[in-house]
Design a protein around this ligand. Structure first.
Ligand SMILES: [Zn+2]
Length: 684
């Protein structure tokens, strides 16, 4: 592992555009890096455009480069500031001369045609899996490393731009799998399944080739391919976690429906396989959305809140700006203020580990081989845990051997699970870990092939009865308060005789006798004409939750409560989700926060301190993320078990010592008000 990776806490990125050389002012940027207390930098070097006098054949020098070396100039300026320096390359597009000399370096579409670039049609899209990357870009990376001895190389858009049908891909795929390249998206087709795996292998080979070559020149360097993510990301996060010494999460801003916690979610997803290795979160200062206004500036409060949620979730911030020539300077001040604030808090942000007892699982194999709306189920739980203010981590489904810190694991429709994973989950429950599972969890094997019944049927206590009601209209749940004896699952819903159901449910057959279920089915009935809207069955005995109390507790919900919650955000579903976590976890919470608002609460240990982060997401626009102003919430009472050897308690944002009550083993800290981000820092 390079010696520098854990050092930087605040990253800057300047992505030059081709006409920057000679036009932009490097001194302005160096001064800005200094003012923001940035301690690492990513600078455009080469690939699509070279910003230094390259001698690699076909490596396109900026037309404005002349005799200059803006990359080299910035590198030495940043070194003088003591910054870690990373070079950026982007290999995804090239030019006519390259296409003429090496037509086989160009990506080919399904119809056999070489691909022009979709946004810059004078350029060509390169093949990510053939000699362009394996040979040409390797030369570029070698040249960069030998000339500038940078600390690392960050490679953007290196993993191909979709399927490629070029001669190399055809041959390499055939040699590896015996199949022709797939022309179907169906993951059950053997060629598509083979492709999903082959593509990853190719990219990991490329990663390791580049990494090996740059380390031959500078053993204290590494490459950082831009990659990674959650359940729908295409490269295996477990393998990435094994080979990457540091990783950059590239989710720059909201897009579509994106709550401000989406940035923190990156941190949790990456940490699930990166563990304690540094994870950096790229944020854009502009608006993204599908239209990619790369030269835009968004509101200061929105930048501030997006970064705050990342920092509270263990991301080290990385701002990115495209173009060295500024056309709108409004972002400069909010980023500077945000960075200076986090520089002041640095020792409390050097986290050792998160303290969380709840693990929300995600499964890439479910995303790859089963598909469907995997994120919908995860996001429903994510939103519920945020609203419930329960600190939690995310857990990769192939890291089930490392779940000892958790009391409860949540399986949000984790459809595709192997026999081995099911056994690991059974063993976890035997060891006292509780499991909450929804809908089709374990109904498919790791390849997405349907089983006759759940892989976890014994844990759930039910078998799949063979039928799924895919879309229920106007269906309800009856809350069996009396029959289930005021069950804790129904807490907060005592006055509700019935609540809305989800949208899809599985029919299941109990394997054994269950005590009276707190939730039973009221089947769908017509929702039109209005005269016909009356229940045909007021009551059934069809249980819609299965609860088992053993060493660990098991809660199985055969319906899509989580996905429906994400779509509809019904408060009754929220109550059920929260109650399920509390029932399953069955112990004193890590922290409780009383007071108004929507808050992301995380708890961390550092070498000599403990921190409780409270990020105030309360905003009328929070569910799409366009924040116009930050709205303070408070007062809050934050109660947690006192760690050993408490010396002092401080509020970092308020910069004062709060009122603290000690009662037995507990501390209750009064936080008068939180604007965006408060940290209770406890020195030990
Ligand atoms: Zn290709």
């Amino acid at each position: 592992m390079p010696s520098w990776v854990d050092k930087p806490m605040r990253w800057a990125q300047l992505t030059l555009v081709e006409d920057d050389p000679g036009k932009f002012d490097p001194r302005f940027w160096l001064d800005y890096f200094r003012r923001t207390k940035s301690d690492a930098i990513c600078l455009s070097a080469g690939g699509c455009v070279a910003y230094y006098p390259t001698v690699v054949q076909f490596h396109h020098r900026s037309q404005w480069l002349g005799q200059s070396d803006p990359f080299g100039e910035l590198v030495s300026g940043c070194r003088k500031l003591g910054m870690v320096v990373i070079a950026r390359t982007d290999p995804h597009a090239t030019y006519d001369d390259v296409q003429a000399a090496h037509p086989d370096w160009i990506a080919v579409d399904a119809a056999g045609k070489p691909r022009r670039h979709w946004a810059s049609p004078e350029m060509w899209v390169t093949c990510g899996f053939g000699p362009y990357n394996f040979e040409f870009m390797t030369d570029v990376h070698r040249e960069l490393m030998s000339r500038y001895k940078v600390d690392g190389i960050f490679i953007n858009r290196w993993d191909g731009s979709g399927m490629c049908y070029c001669e190399h891909c055809q041959k390499n795929f055939k040699d590896a799998t015996g199949h022709e390249l797939p022309r179907t998206e169906d993951p059950q087709h053997p060629a598509r399944r083979g492709y999903i795996l082959w593509r990853q292998q190719r990219l990991f080979d490329l990663w390791q080739l580049w990494d090996g070559e740059v380390r031959k020149i500078n053993p204290d360097a590494c490459v950082i391919p831009n990659t990674g993510g959650g359940a729908t990301s295409s490269l295996d996060m477990k393998k990435i976690g094994e080979i990457a010494p540091i990783l950059i999460a590239d989710r720059q801003a909201r897009r579509g429906l994106a709550a401000p916690w989406a940035n923190g979610k990156n941190g949790k997803e990456f940490r699930a396989t990166m563990g304690a290795k540094p994870i950096v979160g790229i944020f854009s200062v502009g608006l993204e959305e599908p239209y990619r206004w790369k030269d835009s500036v968004q509101s200061g409060p929105e930048i501030q809140l997006w970064v705050a949620d990342g920092v509270a979730n263990g991301l080290r911030p990385w701002f990115t700006k495209f173009s060295g020539t500024l056309r709108d300077e409004r972002w400069l001040r909010p980023v500077e203020e945000t960075y200076r604030r986090y520089a002041g808090w640095e020792k409390y942000l050097r986290n050792v580990k998160p303290i969380a007892r709840v693990g929300l699982m995600y499964s890439q194999q479910t995303g790859w081989f089963h598909g469907g709306n995997v994120e919908g189920h995860i996001n429903g739980w994510y939103q519920a845990l945020i609203e419930a203010r329960i600190p939690f981590e995310m857990v990769h489904d192939r890291k089930l051997d490392e779940v000892g810190q958790f009391k409860t694991l949540i399986l949000p429709n984790l459809a595709a699970l192997s026999d081995e994973q099911c056994e690991q989950l059974r063993a976890a429950v035997r060891r006292g870990i509780s499991v909450i599972a929804t809908h089709e969890t374990s109904l498919y094997d790791e390849w997405g092939v349907k089983r006759n019944t759940f892989g976890l049927a014994d844990l759930f206590g039910v078998d799949y009865a063979g039928r799924t009601e895919r879309r229920m209209q106007n269906a309800y749940l009856r809350l069996e308060h009396e029959r289930a004896g005021n069950h804790p699952l129904l807490q907060g819903l005592r006055d509700a005789p019935r609540i809305i159901h989800g949208v899809s449910r599985l029919e299941v057959t109990p394997r054994r006798e269950f005590p009276s279920a707190p939730l039973t089915l009221i089947p769908s009935y017509p929702d039109l004409p209005m005269e016909k809207v009356y229940p045909r069955q007021e009551r059934t005995d069809i249980a819609q939750v299965f609860l088992t109390e053993g060493a660990g507790r098991v809660c199985y919900l055969p319906w899509d409560i989580d996905r429906t919650f994400w779509e509809v955000l019904c408060v009754d579903h929220f109550q059920l989700l929260r109650n399920a976590v509390e029932w399953a976890t069955n112990e004193e919470p890590v922290v409780t926060v009383n007071g108004p608002g929507v808050l992301d609460v995380t708890v961390w240990r550092q070498a000599n301190s403990m921190t409780v982060h409270v990020v105030n997401l309360t905003n009328p626009m929070m569910m799409k993320g366009p924040v116009r102003e930050l709205i303070p919430v408070g007062p809050l009472k934050v109660r947690f078990r006192m760690p050993d050897g408490v010396k002092t308690v401080r509020l970092l944002a308020a910069n004062k010592t709060p009122h603290v009550e000690r009662a037995g083993r507990h501390l209750t800290v009064s936080v008068p008000s939180v604007l965006d981000h408060e940290v209770i820092a406890i020195d030990l």
